[in-house]
Design a protein around this ligand. Structure first.
Ligand code: HEC
Length: 135
């Protein structure tokens, strides 16, 4: 039997299609993974860091968190399972699974991006519209 009559290039096309389908599903997977985990922001838009010396968690940071954050991020059911009752817990973050603070790197710290309102729908404390959505 001769194979001369098989449509030329057909086999090649099928494999191109299969390869393309694989690439697409890989992209889709990467996309889903990205939606799930990776939060990104433009660190260039962060406000300048404070140049105050001798800041400490107990003296300077904790009172700020207590004033603006702890009402949602403490108690029986802290929002996003993020409880701010110790420095270690503040750094660790909540159910997102990402550390809220990257020690020594505020530009990479999600909390800093959230309080600077650089991540849509993650502004902390939540903006009025976000709060009404929560209710
Ligand atoms: C009105 C309630 C409320 C207040 C006040 C609030 N948050 Fe939140 N916070 C939330 C909610 C709700 C989420 C989950 C949002 C989501 O995942 O869509 C959250 C999530 C977070 C997360 C992500 C935690 C994780 O890893 O899952 C961080 C970090 C955070 N808040 C920081 C802060 C900081 C810092 C403040 C104070 C400046 C603050 N929040 C004040 C409600 C609040």
């Amino acid at each position: 039997m001769k194979f001369g009559r098989l449509p030329q290039g057909f086999g090649g096309n099928i494999w191109t299609l299969v390869a393309a389908a694989f690439c697409l599903s890989a992209l889709a997977l990467m996309g889903a993974e990205k939606d799930k985990k990776k939060v990104e922001w433009d660190a260039a838009k962060l406000p300048p860091a404070s140049d105050k010396k001798g800041l400490t968690y107990e003296k300077d940071i904790k009172p700020l968190l207590e004033k603006s954050c702890v009402k949602c991020h403490s108690g029986e059911k802290p929002k996003s399972k993020y409880r701010m009752d110790s420095l270690a817990a503040v750094i660790k973050g909540g159910e997102s699974g990402d550390a809220a603070i990257v020690p020594g790197n505020s530009a990479k710290s999600p909390m800093v991006a959230y309080v600077s309102e650089l991540v849509e729908d993650m502004e902390m404390p939540p903006t009025e519209s976000a709060i009404s959505t929560l209710r």
